[in-house]
Write a protein that binds this ligand. Structure first.
Ligand SMILES: [Zn+2]
Length: 80
């Protein structure tokens, strides 16, 4: 992950991280362009949503859906 300085656009270094909520962190950053800028700033990093759910979640979801179907349809889906 690359963080850039909001002032000069140079690469910034993450100096520390503070978790402020579940899946939300504040990144304390320092601009690497020390001669011309030298800004330090805080930026946020947050989880937004899955593009694909974790494999375990998919299997659990499929199992719970199948369990709610009538037995004959469950057997049909399983090829039995
Ligand atoms: Zn800068």
């Amino acid at each position: 992950m690359r963080v850039t300085c909001p002032h000069c656009g140079s690469k910034a270094i993450i100096t520390s991280r503070e978790n402020v909520a579940d899946n939300v962190s504040e990144l304390y950053c320092s601009c690497s362009n020390t001669k011309e800028c030298g800004a330090t700033f805080v930026t946020s990093l947050a989880f937004k949503h899955y593009l694909n759910p974790p494999r375990g979640d998919t299997a659990q979801l499929a199992a719970s859906l199948i369990k709610n179907l009538p037995n004959n349809i469950q057997l049909d889906l399983l090829g039995l």
